[in-house]
Design a binder for this molecule. Structure first.
Ligand code: FAD
Length: 469
């Protein structure tokens, strides 16, 4: 059965309109009768099957039903349906969650992926966007106006999930995380009340890094934007046929070099089999001399160093858009890191494990810079600002027969890291095997639990690894 169009709710919507800055009661909460039917797509319908296609095709989500949402009325009707049917709610914006928590089993999944309106206020350059907008759409829209929102790199990632968990990318060291750019949000809670939050509102703070599927449905984000860079300056360093001992030397040298990285720069250490690629980008030409000096010790250790190349920024970021999905993979955070010391004892074993299963990639990315600004830290719950690095593990395969082997290799590496005390993780890179996800993802648990009790006391928005009441 297919869902309604927004027109189905036009008369109802008139009654629900005028959602101002204060929390508003939902019709059922205020005793009024809701006449609109909350139409949902049930298993075996075409709409259900279409909605359940996630970016990661390894996942086979089994929500109880799906509600396609185009308006806030649709969201509220979905909330009402779930309460009546005694179902929990999950929500999908871009559908890129590594573990498919946007379509949790037996939940009603609110599909927000077509709520993607956006606008830029010309005087203030303030950007307003609905949760289902994808990074590609946002880049196209903003770059045409000479503006940019610091965000992730992959084209299909939704602004909803990315922002609520943090959001980092090539510009994060310069401007902070995506959630740090937030000016206000609009959220519908478990009773269907709308909250427009700005300034030092506690709900806004909780949604800067702790908002994925925990407190309610965010239907609108308002962001500061930045002047778009003109160019993205690049260098790459490569080397093949690595031994574990050589990986260790290279990693230590990379960590030492990147402690001096200018704020406009980003670097990644990418180990794929026995091959290493080190990526370096920056946006300010003035950083070039400093970066060249800083990378000298690495240059001596690698086999190939590319010359500087500097494509125009709008073209350059497209080269980071990644493969279009769906495709099968197993990716996860492999630790928020302070420095090399945490890896010193285990890097050789890790390098051996990566080399022994083709399709497994281990990567470390630079964080730090503006992510560590005190004002951003005070206004958010993002837990890992002290970590200047984040490591991730990725497993890919083309032949389905290889899936168990690659997934097992990823799991083994995660177990080894946990055994060595690497237990802090980025909630936007979840792994269902993390032993204590609340502690791994969130720093300010008491605060988050208080917010959860305030906006969702019955855990209607149940996230499998989320904040517990
Ligand atoms: C290929 C790929 C590349 C990536 N690159 C980056 C990157 O460069 N930087 C980075 O920081 N991350 C990156 N990520 C991780 C990404 O940030 C997370 O997967 C993010 O949660 C995806 O958001 P989404 O809206 O697409 O996902 P969804 O799967 O739709 O949602 C993810 C989570 O957020 C919740 N959620 C979604 N929308 C809402 C809403 N409106 N209100 C409340 N809760 C909501 C969902 O319930 C779910 O738990 C990448 C992921 C992939 C698969």
């Amino acid at each position: 059965m297919s869902t309604h169009t927004p027109r189905d709710f036009s008369s109802n919507r008139r009654r629900f309109l005028k959602l101002g800055s204060a929390a508003l009661l939902m019709p059922w909460a205020s005793g009024q009768e809701v006449t609109a039917k909350a139409l949902v797509d049930l298993p075996d319908s075409v709409g259900y099957r279409q909605a359940c296609t996630l970016f990661n095709s390894r996942l086979k989500p089994k929500p109880a039903a799906v509600k396609k949402c185009l308006t806030e009325d649709d969201v509220r009707a979905g909330i009402q349906w779930a309460r009546e049917q005694k179902k929990t709610i999950s929500m999908k914006s871009g559908g890129h969650c590594f573990e498919g928590y946007c379509m949790a089993d037996d939940s009603l999944s609110l599909d927000l992926s077509n709520m993607n309106a956006m606008s830029l206020e010309p005087k203030t350059q303030i950007f307003t966007v609905a949760p289902g907008a994808k990074l590609r759409q946002i880049n196209d829209f903003l770059l045409a106006k000479g503006r940019v929102l610091p965000a992730g790199s992959c084209a299909g990632v939704g602004i909803g999930g990315l922002t609520l968990g943090g959001g980092y990318g090539l510009l994060a060291r310069q401007y902070g995380l995506t959630c740090d750019q937030l000016v206000s949000i609009r959220l519908i809670d478990a009773e269907g009340k709308v909250h427009q939050c700005e300034g030092d509102h506690e709900l806004l703070k909780a949604c800067r890094g702790g908002g994925n599927g925990n407190f309610g449905v965010v239907t609108q984000f308002v962001f500061r934007t930045q002047k778009a860079p003109t160019h993205l300056y690049h260098r790459r360093f490569k080397t093949n046929d690595l031994t574990p001992a050589k990986v260790k030397i290279l990693l230590e040298t990379w960590f030492a070099a990147t402690t001096q990285l200018p704020r406009d720069a980003f670097s990644a250490f990418v180990l794929n089999g026995k091959s290493l690629t080190i990526l370096l980008t920056h946006t300010d030409l003035k950083s070039q001399a400093r970066i060249t000096a800083m990378m000298k010790p690495l240059e001596k250790l690698v086999t190939t160093t590319t010359r500087y190349y500097a494509p125009l920024y709008p073209a350059a970021i497209k080269t980071y858009y990644g493969r279009s999905g769906p495709l099968p993979f197993k990716n996860a955070c492999a630790g928020m890191l302070e420095g090399f010391a945490q890896l010193k004892e285990l890097i050789e074993t890790l390098a051996q494990q990566v080399a022994s299963t083709s399709g497994v990639i281990w990567q470390v990315n630079t964080l730090g810079g503006a992510i560590q600004n005190k004002e951003f830290a005070a206004a958010s719950v993002f837990a890992h600002r002290d970590c200047s690095y984040m490591s991730e593990i990725q497993g890919y395969w083309d032949d389905p027969k290889r899936e168990p082997r690659v997934v097992q290799a990823v799991d083994d590496i995660q177990k080894m890291l946990a055994k060595h005390g690497i237990k802090r993780h980025y909630c936007n890179y979840p792994d269902r095997n993390f032993a204590d996800p609340q502690s791994a993802y969130f720093g300010n648990l008491d605060f988050l639990q208080k917010i959860k009790r305030r906006y969702d006391p019955t855990d209607l928005f149940h996230h499998p690894q989320g904040v517990r009441v």
